[in-house]
Design a protein around this ligand. Structure first.
Ligand code: GAL
Length: 810
């Protein structure tokens, strides 16, 4: 019988003596996996012989090794979200990589700590897709949605003191996605062995319902199982000091609730991402039975009519980007150093928020956003009951949506970075009465599971949602594009604010410039690239500057999430219908993570700590001598003077004649002559504040290698991203070079992948050779498990080779 007596003690000085017993063991199943594509009838059996299968580590994405093939998932469709009425052939929509089909993973593991008093669960943080899980020849469960976190209790299937065989079957249908979904066990798989008396999976929920300068109330609800239980929770600050603790024996049903006071709290924000840790100890009688560590932040979020969004009492607007889950050249296999690099680039740009479009984020990404300070909009679905693609989530919506949302919330709700949920993106259910009911139903599930955060939907059918009541019922009306409807939506909807849940969808290719320079929709060129003058967009979208106007002029617009922070695999608009385009052009950064010009446009506005002064285009235009070659400057300064070979081309000042003139400095009549282009920026007093110079480069001469970081961790998975560029004999970058390069890694590291950001390249990322694109590419070097020196050697015909020494440490 559970004790119902209320018994709360705040212990400040003396800790009671408890007898220590083994609590929980967590095993991250990274190694010893065997993998094989195809249907294998008996692969779930213990006796199945997998000796000949490929040995892999997890996270693993089986499709990223290609080859690219235009026939893969070729879709004869009309994309109605893009305003198309008749079907045409779409290639590369899902990345032209072989993600379709069935595959098996097998792993043999031992649990020496297992006995009859233990409970064993297996946790998947995503498995693409339709995972069926077998332990020791028996099916323990299945899940459908490839982006969901889920777990099964496998206690009854475990062999004590013997080897256990885990087999996972996955299968992906064609026509199931609008982007590259990846394939396989692409996120962590863990086994947790705990006592019969334990804290339940995702059983801790920490909120901070009261915050003042001197005091914060930490509310912790913990779901537990067992008899004669009590809970001791200790709160540590970021420096590791114990700042508060509480012990209680009162249990209501399976839940223990604690309210703990933290004095003089340090608040979490993007500028100061301060984290606390709660260690919750579960006792049965005097015996310690379980222990769970939960990192959390103390912060308040408020969304108010006409005031907008406030974090810790201060109004601010989201400077956010949307991200797909693939990590470019390594596909969808989650990797913390790749994610950390992305977020570092975004932080330097001044971004303060990320939207996980259009599905559950990886836990690693949330951990990093907590630590590095980025707010998070965690999304769940791209489809509800009505399809966008034939085999999409519509097949599971009615049966699975509730449990998928429940797991999303329970697995991630303690991350302070999450400030909003999204129940859907541009769902066709925006049309019709059923959709209104679904929107309410889903929002209520989010509210039930987490009463502290609001819910949005990225809405593109704004007119329909104004008429049906769909938009009015959402906590946060999110508009995807449709700038012309912002005012109307604000007037019509009762919330008193509008979020730009998805904005811009401007397209560009890094380092590629097209002439004449003019605004254009769905513009196509024979090289299948888009111009980096940032003047091209889609039929449904707009230029960044158009969003900036609304963000700056309308106090009721609470921020934006730009489509997208980085290019991603699949969805090669405006080249959906032509081969070999296979990845997006939408990124502010390219697929390799290299900044496009647009990066500096956003940085000039968003990064308020550092100045920005960036010139485009490059200045290597052999054959364009005397021709009009406009020069743009993206800068945080208001005015600047441009000089070509020492001759002034005049001063430009930001002004209100057009959105572009308001946010960019543009010299439209420059006639190209080779040499030196210099921009001199002025401060508010008209004094010279900063200069930037670019030169016409000569022939490619030698290779320059720059790593994002060293030392690496000698853990077999850490990555260094090495930018390789080619310069002429004077050290000037060659912006049009396309030399073929070869890579060799020696010592305690290995070559993992390369990427040049060219959306039309069919070179495979994992092969140690690739062409430069616009003079650059990125090589990923991975650490081994032993520490030591690592060397990267890059060679190209007629080029002085590049050499870089890195190292790794334990
Ligand atoms: C939006 C959609 C995104 C992406 C984008 C491209 O409508 O939500 O997933 O397709 O368009 O512009």
């Amino acid at each position: 019988m559970r004790k119902k007596l209320l018994f709360v003690i705040i212990i400040t000085t003396v800790l009671p003596l408890f007898v220590f017993t083994q609590t929980r063991t967590e095993i991250n199943l990274e190694n010893n996996w065997k993998f094989q594509k195809g249907a294998h009838d008996n692969a779930y059996l213990i006796s199945f012989n997998d000796d000949k299968w490929e040995a892999v580590t997890v996270p693993h994405d089986w499709a990223i090794y290609g080859p690219f093939d235009k026939e893969i998932d070729k879709q004869e469709v009309a994309i109605s979200q893009n305003g198309e009425n008749s079907a045409t052939e779409k290639t590369g929509r899902t990345g032209a990589l072989p993600y379709i089909g069935e595959a098996w993973y097998r792993n043999k593991f031992k649990l020496p700590e297992f006995n009859q008093d233990k409970k064993v669960i297996i946790v998947f943080e995503g498995a693409m897709s339709e995972p069926k899980v077998f332990v020791n020849g028996q099916k323990v469960g299945q899940w459908n949605y490839g982006y969901s976190y889920f777990y099964f209790d496998i206690t009854d299937y475990i062999n004590a003191n013997a080897t256990n065989t885990l087999a996972v079957n996955l299968s992906n249908n064609g026509m199931s996605s609008r982007w590259y979904p990846g394939a396989g066990l692409y996120r962590k798989v863990r086994i947790v062995v705990k006592n019969k008396e334990h804290i339940k999976q995702w059983g801790t929920f920490i909120t901070t319902p009261f915050i003042s300068k001197n005091q914060a109330k930490i509310n912790i609800k913990t779901k537990v199982e067992g008899e004669n239980l009590s809970l001791l929770t200790k709160v540590y600050n970021a420096e590791g000091n114990l700042v508060a603790q509480d012990q209680t024996k009162s249990i209501f049903g399976d839940e223990i609730e604690q309210n703990i006071e933290v004095i003089n709290p340090n608040l979490w924000s993007p500028e100061s991402p301060y984290l606390y840790t709660a260690i919750t100890e579960l006792y049965s009688g005097d015996n310690l039975k379980d222990e769970v560590k939960t990192r959390f932040g103390i912060r308040s979020i408020v969304y108010e009519a006409n005031k907008g969004f406030s974090l810790n009492g201060k109004v601010r607007k989201f400077k956010g980007v949307c991200l797909h889950h693939d990590l470019g050249p390594i596909g969808t296999a989650v990797n913390k150093s790749a994610l950390r690099r992305q977020l570092k680039i975004l932080k330097d740009m001044g971004a303060d928020a990320v939207r996980s479009s259009h599905n559950m984020p990886s836990i690693e990404q949330l951990e990093l956003c907590d630590e590095m300070g980025l707010m998070f909009l965690a999304e769940s679905f791209d489809e509800w009951a009505k399809p966008k693609v034939k085999n999409g989530y519509n097949r599971y919506f009615n049966t699975d949506a509730e449990k998928d949302v429940v797991n999303l919330v329970r697995a991630t709700r303690n991350h302070p970075c999450i400030v909003m949920w999204s129940s859907g993106n541009e769902v066709p259910d925006q049309w019709g009465k059923e959709g209104v009911k679904r929107a309410k139903w889903l929002q209520d599930i989010f509210h039930r599971e987490d009463p502290t955060r609001p819910v949005t939907v990225g809405m593109d059918q704004v007119q329909a949602t104004m008429e049906s009541g769909f938009g009015a019922l959402m906590d946060i009306p999110g508009l995807n594009y449709r700038l012309h409807l912002y005012e109307d939506a604000y007037d019509t909807f009762p919330q008193g604010f509008i979020l730009g849940s998805e904005t811009a969808s401007t397209v560009s290719s890094r380092g590629i410039y097209k002439f004449p320079v003019e605004q254009a929709k769905m513009k196509q060129y024979s090289d299948y690239q888009s111009s980096s003058y940032d003047m091209e967009y889609c039929s449904w979208s707009n230029l960044p500057d158009d969003d900036f106007v609304l963000q700056d002029d309308k106090p009721w617009v609470i921020g934006e999430f730009v489509w997208t922070g980085f290019d991603y695999l699949g969805e090669p608009t405006p080249y959906d219908e032509v081969w070999p385009s296979r990845s997006s052009y939408f990124g502010i950064n390219d697929l390799a993570g290299l900044p496009k010009d647009r990066y500096y446009l956003y940085r000039s506005r968003w990064n308020t700590n550092d100045s920005t002064l960036h010139i485009l285009p490059h200045w290597n235009w052999e054959g364009r001598e005397g021709e009009i070659t406009p020069v743009f400057v993206y800068t945080s300064y208001t005015s600047a003077e441009l000089f070509l070979n020492g001759k002034s081309l005049g001063v430009q000042t930001k002004n209100n004649t057009s959105p572009q003139h308001r946010y960019r400095l543009m010299w439209m009549d420059v006639k190209y002559e080779p040499g030196t282009l210099k921009v001199v920026a002025f401060d508010e007093n008209g004094k010279v504040a900063e200069e930037k110079v670019i030169h016409t480069a000569g022939k490619p001469h030698r290779l320059i290698l720059e790593a994002d970081r060293t030392p690496l961790k000698a853990n077999g998975k850490d990555l260094a991203f090495v930018t390789v560029s080619v310069v002429d004999k004077n050290g000037i970058p060659c912006p049009t070079a396309i030399n073929q390069l070869n890579f060799t890694v020696k010592g305690k590291g290995k070559y993992r992948a390369a990427c040049n950001g060219d959306a039309t390249s069919l070179e495979m990322f994992h092969k140690p050779t690739m062409k430069l694109f616009s003079g650059k590419l990125v090589v990923l070097v991975q650490s081994l498990e032993d520490a030591g020196n690592i060397e990267l050697i890059v060679k190209g015909k007629s080029l002085k080779k590049g050499y870089l020494k890195l190292n790794s440490q334990d």
